[in-house]
Ligand binder design. Structure first.
Ligand SMILES: Nc1ncnc2c1ncn2[C@@H]1O[C@H](COP(=O)(O)OP(=O)(O)O)[C@@H](O)[C@H]1O
Ligand SMILES: [Mg+2]
Length: 366
């Protein structure tokens, strides 16, 4: 896995900052490098600086400080048409006076490709986005979703080395979106294309990417493969932003090695793993995933601290049960259990005890 060193990187951001008004930094200190062939997603809330980073990489914006390198060379020395970058943006405009096939053929003509090769590539690109029958239509005769699929096909038709995509699937319905997520990743890997993908949809980021860079406030909060990101969030923002998460607040009472004892604000004690806390007396928010909470005492470790909980709501979801609890004053504490034949269905009003393995409960920044 890449370690952030930029020596053999295909794309590298080095201490990049960006300000539009000369005062406020919307990208604060971006260091990021991708090896060839990687599918990297920038994930974050609206306004966190994702599009700005993509525009700088594409060459439509310049960095205020720092450097962006493409294949080892500073990007500002390479003219845009020689960058070999395919782009799909949220509102990508197709040429309205050209048919779909002509739109796709255009980037190939620019590259002086022969007619029969062009036709073959256009056909393949159209099939790839399930639009094989639409080559003769004009963009105005297509739905928004269909236009976006054509825009995607046009970005991939010349098999660029680097593709940038900014929320390309936002306009598509759920089923087509999921199909396209699968198609985009399969294609990117098959063609060996390096991809920088932007989304605010965490499920999309987790399912598509080799690595995900979580953005907030112009900074990368964490950069990791999807499973590491979900299972080992390094701060409260990431824990909260990725997946469903239960949070309890308290103060560090003891720390020894990879365990700590937290006194919650209502006085109860719980075991946790110290991630982002280093001293006794420090305030912390502990984070525990809904599927890691246990209420079957036989499955808890000997001597583990448990908490009293009241069942507030039981929701049957088919494959899983989602139970909402009141825990240490928090009415939004959620437990998820698999719908197995012997699984208990908790009832509202029941008083139970819950616990977890200390390593599943992470003591993060307050
Ligand atoms: N062309 C621009 N001029 C001035 N401010 C901009 C411009 N584009 C984006 N911004 C601001 O920069 C910040 C980051 O925006 P953006 O990169 O679009 O975030 P994201 O794509 O994560 O939603 C926002 O506060 C936004 O208002
Ligand atoms: Mg954006």
């Amino acid at each position: 896995m890449p370690d952030g060193s930029t020596s053999d990187a295909f794309v590298a951001f080095e201490r990049v900052q960006k300000s539009y008004d000369g005062e406020n930094l919307v990208v604060k200190d971006l260091n990021l490098s991708l090896p060839k062939g990687e599918f990297l997603t920038m994930l974050g809330p609206s306004g966190s600086g994702k599009t700005t980073c993509l525009m700088m990489l594409a060459g439509f914006e310049t960095a205020t400080h720092g450097e962006i390198l493409l294949d080892g060379r500073p990007i500002n020395n390479i003219p845009p048409h020689k960058r070999g970058i395919g782009m799909v943006f949220q509102n990508y405009a197709l040429f309205p006076h050209m048919t779909v096939a002509e739109n796709l053929s255009f980037p190939l003509e620019v590259r002086k490709m022969g007619k029969s090769e062009r036709e073959e590539k256009v056909k393949r690109a159209l099939d790839m986005v399930q639009m094989g029958a639409f080559g003769g239509r004009r963009p105005a005769q297509l739905s928004g979703g269909q236009q976006q699929r054509i825009a995607l096909a046009r970005a991939l038709v010349f098999e660029p080395e680097l593709v940038l995509m900014d929320e390309p699937l936002g306009a598509l319905d759920k089923q087509l979106r999921e199909h396209m997520q699968f198609e985009i990743t399969r294609l990117a890997h098959e063609l060996g294309i390096t991809t920088v993908y932007v989304t605010h949809d965490q499920t999309e980021a987790l399912t598509m990417s080799d690595r995900v860079a979580v953005f907030d406030d112009g900074r990368i909060q964490q950069l990791d493969p999807p499973d590491t990101l979900y299972e080992e969030p390094q701060n409260s923002f990431v824990a909260q932003f990725i997946g469903e998460n239960n949070t309890l607040e308290g103060v560090v009472q003891e720390i020894s090695g990879d365990k700590c004892l937290i006194r919650l604000d209502d006085g109860e004690l719980i075991d946790a793993k110290p991630i982002n806390v280093s001293q006794v007396g420090e305030r912390t928010r502990v984070s525990i995933r809904p599927e890691r909470v246990e209420f079957n005492k036989e499955r808890l470790q000997e001597g583990a601290h448990t908490l009293k909980a009241e069942v507030l709501e039981f929701i049957y979801m088919g494959d899983i049960f989602r139970t909402r609890l009141r825990v240490a004053g928090n009415d939004e504490f959620v437990v998820k259990t698999r719908n197995a034949p012997d699984q208990v269905r908790l009832k509202p009003g029941e008083q139970i005890e819950i616990g977890w393995l200390p390593e599943d409960c992470r003591a993060l920044d307050a």
